[in-house]
Design a protein around this ligand. Structure first.
Ligand SMILES: Cc1cc2nc3c(=O)[nH]c(=O)nc-3n(C[C@H](O)[C@H](O)[C@H](O)COP(=O)(O)OP(=O)(O)OC[C@H]3O[C@@H](n4cnc5c(N)ncnc54)[C@H](O)[C@@H]3O)c2cc1C
Length: 379
């Protein structure tokens, strides 16, 4: 099959690329899943449009974040951030809890472009080789094939760190459904955090993300400890039952140094486009997919360079990603010991926590950063 554009992987970034790509182009979206976005391998939260203005202030257009009500299972008002000693910070921060699978399906199917579903891209040279044995020859490839990107591996550019995640969908969860709960500590989430994300009606995404390089426990043990034994989550989960489970990975590095290689554009997790300190990649993938589609339109219509994509997505969100990465690196230096972590947090106020969750670095963290190894010996 010969096409103008192949979108490889129709998750968040791929769906938004398809939506942006002109109907005048011959486009195909390819995904190994038969049902797009399903199973849901995600906590499903994204900031509301008001919060996106704070989070990514350099975006020109926020209309992508006008999320129709039908894709929202809940709207939360605040985060509770819970330390290993139980100290809790509460930060006002409005989030949509998405029906992520339906969201992706609707965006992709309404794009009007051809979709090849249930087919894996098994190899890539000048052509895309599909698991069916067929080949697709594309003038431009948008590689939105997620954290284990086949295309990035084939081009030899796949080199980011992956965090492991496991999540239960639980019913009978008795927490405040206006609140998203984030828990840190080495017994449950070394290098990451655990979460309870209420979807409404007592149903919640309950998960753990950890970084294998810091972990002495398996992800399975970490989640079961969090659900069954953790003193500050068990109050919400004691009557809860598991009704679904998934395991997945999320990139936690800065994005690829280059995201355009010849006629191949990387968008979303395939390029590690993530706010790494919280593992948030839905909004960044939406933006990347949208910019990729629009640049490709101009490439065909006006002959612009595909390299424009590189500068546009970086202008929109690279600064926030760098700040997020700074916070993550600082976290890595202070979080190996729960007791010391709690001592550090005596310096952190609620306002600082609000900044941190919005990928902003409080001045005191900037000042502390060069002295962390000395402080670690003192605390
Ligand atoms: C457990 C967990 C919880 C998370 N929670 C949140 C959250 O609450 N909020 C948030 O912002 N971020 C969250 N993230 C991160 C977020 O889910 C991702 O950053 C985001 O989905 C990336 O979108 P994407 O389109 O790049 O990749 P994906 O959504 O992963 O899409 C990739 C697509 O490519 C397809 N694919 C892969 N390989 C091939 C192939 N060889 N051939 C054909 N198709 C292929 C896949 O089937 C998939 O549909 C979470 C991640 C995990 C693992």
């Amino acid at each position: 099959m010969d096409v103008d554009v192949a979108v490889v992987g129709v998750g968040v970034a791929g769906a938004f690329a398809l939506r942006a790509l002109s109907k005048d182009l011959n486009v195909v979206g390819i995904d190994k899943r038969q049902t797009l976005g399903y199973p849901v391998e995600c906590g499903e939260i994204i900031p509301t449009k008001k919060e996106m203005r704070e989070l990514l202030p350099d975006l020109e257009d926020y209309s992508l974040f006008d999320i129709p009500k039908r894709f929202e299972s809940n709207r939360t008002k605040a985060f509770a951030f819970i330390l290993p000693n139980g100290k809790t910070y509460t930060v006002d921060f409005e989030m949509h809890v998405l029906r992520r699978d339906e969201f992706i399906q609707s965006i992709a199917h309404n794009s009007g472009h051809k979709l090849l579903l249930g087919l894996r891209v098994s190899d890539f040279d000048s052509n895309l080789h599909l698991s069916s044995g067929k080949e697709v020859k594309a003038k431009v490839v948008i590689a939105s094939d997620g954290a284990n990107s086949k295309i990035a591996k084939k081009l030899g550019v796949w080199k980011y760190e992956l965090a492991s995640a496991k999540q239960y969908v639980m019913k009978g969860v008795e927490c405040d459904e206006d609140m998203i709960y984030m828990y840190v500590g080495n017994k449950i989430a070394p290098g990451g955090y655990a979460w309870i994300i209420p979807k409404g009606d007592g149903i919640a995404n309950v998960g753990v993300g950890l970084r294998p390089k810091f972990a002495k426990i398996s992800i399975h043990k970490a989640l079961d400890t969090f659900v069954g034994e953790h003193p500050y989550s068990s109050q919400f989960l004691k009557k809860a039952e598991v009704i679904g489970k998934i395991g997945a990975v999320v990139p936690v590095s800065l994005p690829l140094e280059r995201t355009v290689y010849g006629n191949v554009i990387f968008a979303g997790d395939s390029a590690s486009m993530i706010l790494s300190h919280v593992g948030a990649g839905i909004p960044t993938s939406m933006i990347a997919g949208d910019i990729a589609g629009k640049v490709v339109n101009r490439y065909f219509k006006e002959g612009c360079s595909l390299q424009d994509y590189e500068s546009l997505w970086r202008r929109a969100m690279f600064d926030a990603m760098k700040r997020s990465n700074f916070i993550k690196n600082l976290w890595d230096k202070i979080a190996s010991c729960d007791e010391r972590l709690c001592k550090y947090f005596t310096l952190i106020g609620n306002k600082d926590m609000g900044m941190i969750l919005r990928s902003r670095v409080p001045l005191k963290l900037k000042v502390m950063a060069p002295f962390i190894s000395i402080l670690n010996t003192l605390l």
